[in-house]
Design a protein around this ligand. Structure first.
Ligand code: C2E
Ligand code: CA
Ligand code: CA
Length: 554
């Protein structure tokens, strides 16, 4: 046995090691008389080992057990055989063991291969089913519901066919890594087909939670993919099904999420749809939104709306955010969350964005004439626009054409825009600063977990995302986040705009904590230019009126 490399122990009835072979002694560094076999096993394996010892003591036949034992430096798997020593006076056991770690490793590797996708190392469909079953069992016990999201890359086939499989593979690997870092550790991410991923999201069930998570997933895939000097734009469509509302087993949940995703692809891509019984029926419009957009540009179907940004204490209008609208002849108003991502993917955003910037600057001059004072205008700049090498030219043209000063312009960009290519971003921002244009970080706090960029880049404004304002003043965590942003801004000398303010209570809360600017339905919805001018006139008259008499003095 010694020659075969096996380990050999003799134990007494209490499991103490009475004797052991030379090799065994040195392997386990056995000294003294009181060592027990159980003590050599890691905590997790001890109960099984104790039970096996009892069995072996009682049974006529030897028992077998695979167990880890702690050797000098690491835990090693052994295949143990435990048997009663027939001719020994007291009940004693002989234990013989063989190192099976190599075999275990191979098994582990095979199991990994069978349950993971070799390209991305993510769980495959097999393991996904297992995981969903576990999450279902947990949900039944704890009442914590969950959702299943199917994520399909848009236009992946074009990449694969046009640039070749190696590039396609690289894109899939990057996409997998981006999705994985966007999700929490407790979420499962699997790849179940060519360009299809599935995420299992415990605790993500309300509309707000779903929006937040899927918004992040969509955004992370919209960022360009740099592979072998190619810059590739793909984006994704997402479908969601909820447990237990839509289905209660793993096959059905994935199938329904898939149906919702197909529907999202049919109706314009780059969006997320939650399953509803209607999602599986044929689409009512079979026009492709993308084709319609090119037509819309030629026909001038795009408009700009303006939403007031007011001073919190006085509620006077300080400026407007420009928000794009698409008035489609039959679909009606198509919201920007549906068409901006498509324009971002196909590059149309450069054209639309240039138009919006110029039109907004011209419009501001007209607003100021009505208001009889200086105002500012805020314009959203998408990542692709920001990276376009013509962007500065577009900006200079808009300023020159309108005769507006750069200091009245705020450009809203997201954290992601800065982080895609920080070196390029820095050089552009410096040139913007030369023109005195200010930079606002839109949806602050939702995009990127690093704050280092606030130090590096010349930024003037933080816009607190609606997600943090929505449940104020009753949500302590949201309150804490708003306070932290306000504090941060104060110390860095930045202004703060709170977005999505809908109630007086929200405005009071923010005002009391020093948030200077407010934007939201409470103080003005996005509106066409003529309505914005009416609001400015009212604002002007209000400022000319004497103060209201104090209550009680009538
Ligand atoms: P955003 O820049 O975060 O714009 C704020 C969004 O919040 C707008 O949605 C606005 O209508 C909405 N909002 C404002 N106040 C409230 C409120 O009190 N309650 C609620 N529930 N919502 C409020 P909208 O107009 O649908 O725009 C959506 C997004 O589309 C914008 O988010 C922006 O990212 C993008 N977008 C809009 N116009 C443009 C544009 O001209 N260029 C670019 N690149 N993106 C644009
Ligand atoms: Ca914005
Ligand atoms: Ca925003």
């Amino acid at each position: 046995m010694e020659a075969a490399g096996d380990i050999v122990f003799r134990l007494d009835a209490a499991g103490r090691i009475v004797s052991a072979s030379e090799r065994t002694r040195s392997l386990f560094a056995l000294q003294g008389a009181d060592a027990t076999l159980v003590a050599l096993a890691p905590e997790a394996d001890r109960a099984a080992l104790r039970a096996a010892l009892l069995d072996a003591g009682a049974a006529a036949q030897p028992t077998r057990l695979d167990v880890r034992l702690h050797t000098g430096s690491k835990d090693v798997w052994f295949d143990l055989r435990l048997g009663r020593l027939q001719r020994s006076g007291d009940a004693a056991l002989l234990v013989v063991g063989r190192d099976i770690s190599a075999q275990r490793d191979t098994e582990e590797r095979l199991r990994h291969l069978a349950t993971h996708d070799s390209l991305t190392e993510l769980p495959n469909r097999l393991l996904l089913s297992d995981r969903i079953r576990m999450v279902i069992a947990h949900a039944r016990r704890s009442g914590q519901n969950f959702s299943v999201a199917t994520i399909g890359l848009d236009g992946f086939k074009k990449v694969n066919d046009g640039l070749g499989h190696p590039v396609g593979d690289a894109v899939l690997r990057i996409a997998a890594a981006r999705l994985r870092t966007t999700l929490r550790d407790s979420d499962t991410l699997a790849r179940i087909g060519g360009d299809e991923f599935v995420a299992v999201l415990p605790g993500t069930c309300t509309e707000a939670q779903i929006k937040l998570v899927t918004g992040r997933l969509l955004a992370t895939l919209q960022a360009p993919f740099e592979v072998d000097k190619h810059t590739i734009y793909i984006g994704a469509s997402i479908g969601l099904a909820l447990f237990p509302e839509h289905a209660e087993d793993e096959v059905q949940l994935v199938a329904l999420a898939d149906a919702a995703m197909s529907r999202a692809k049919e109706t314009g891509k780059a969006r997320c749809l939650v399953y509803s019984p209607r999602t599986s029926s044929p689409p009512e419009h079979d026009i492709s939104l993308e084709a319609a957009m090119f037509h819309a540009v030629r026909e001038g179907e795009f408009l700009l709306y303006y939403q007031p940004i007011v001073d919190a204490p006085t509620r006077r209008i300080q400026g407007f955010e420009t928000l794009m609208r698409w008035k489609h002849p039959t679909l009606g108003m198509v919201p920007p969350v549906r068409f901006i991502p498509i324009a971002e993917t196909n590059g149309l955003i450069n054209l639309l964005g240039a138009w919006a910037l110029k039109a907004a600057c011209v419009q501001l001059r007209q607003f100021e004439e009505v208001a009889k004072r200086s105002l500012y205008i805020s314009v959203n700049i998408s990542p692709r626009q920001f990276r376009n090498d013509k962007f500065l030219e577009v900006l200079d043209h808009a300023l020159a054409f309108s005769g507006m000063s750069g200091s009245q312009l705020v450009l809203e960009i997201t954290e992601g825009t800065l982080m895609i290519d920080p070196v390029h971003a820095e050089s552009i921002l410096v040139k913007m600063a030369e023109r005195q244009a200010r930079i606002a970080i839109d949806d602050f706090g939702t995009g990127y977990s690093s704050l280092a960029y606030l130090k590096r880049f010349p930024i003037s404004v933080l816009k607190i995302d609606r997600a943090f304002v929505k449940d104020l003043p009753d949500a302590p965590k949201d309150g804490a986040i708003c306070n932290a942003v306000l504090d941060l801004a104060k110390h860095l000398g930045l202004s703060v705009v709170a977005e999505g303010v809908e109630t007086e209570a929200q405005l009071d809360y923010l005002d009391q904590r020093g948030c200077q600017y407010i934007q939201g339905y409470l103080t003005g919805k996005p509106m066409p230019a003529h309505a914005a001018m009416a609001a400015l006139r009212e604002d002007l008259y209000a400022s000319l009126m004497p103060l209201e008499p104090q209550a009680g003095i009538r």
